[in-house]
Design a protein around this ligand. Sequence first.
Ligand code: AMP
Length: 224
Amino acid sequence: MRFYVLIGPPGSGKGTLAEMLVRELNWHQLSTGNLCRKHIAQGTSLGQQIDFAIKSGKLVSDELIVDMVAQWIEQQPEGANIILDGFPRTVEQARSFMQMLGTQFSSAKLDVVRLNLADEAVIERLYGRAVCTNKDCQMVYSLAKGSSLAPKQDKICDKCSSLLERRADDTIETIKDRLATYYHHEKPLVNFYADHGRMVHELDVNKQLDQIFKDFTNVVGVEL
Ligand code: AMP
């Protein structure tokens, strides 16, 4: 197994890059945010527990997230390339994840990549973002004029033809809270990886997606 952890503020394009890695390289994507939203849409008991946290932009408890991730990883095929989009988000989650690697996947490789984007660009992207309402899809688009991530048909998903809508937590207040939460955890997380001998690769994501994809494969040493 090989794991790639994406760190970056909300709106830095973790999900969009992960989706391209799935499409182009057959990697396996775990978006904890997508999984959480799916639980809520299905009305599972987990979904009911996390509904409020998600809508208000607060983090879901480490314990619930780690259980969710462990279950998902168990179902992945041997030798898969796994891209983690939005996990681990706290030092506690990173610690649990490293333990999981140590006990169950001792030969697994781990790369950590931080996506860097200025706050103004983050806010602009989140404000113009629309996502597919089909919770098995959740493809992300930009509604900004002339964007290469615009849907082909207005407000319709290219992939599954479901309606697109803005995310409930993409309001200006919630975006600010989510950014503050991200920065609160970012440095301790980076320090945690450094303390455990893991280099954090830096990726400038103020670019077109194709270029970001190439830069990413370069920094982690994947040949195309
Ligand atoms: P995202 O789609 O990554 O922006 O995540 C949306 C929301 O899901 C976050 O604001 C949190 O409420 C929740 N969430 C996603 N991943 C995590 C995580 N690793 N830890 C805690 N909460 C999470």
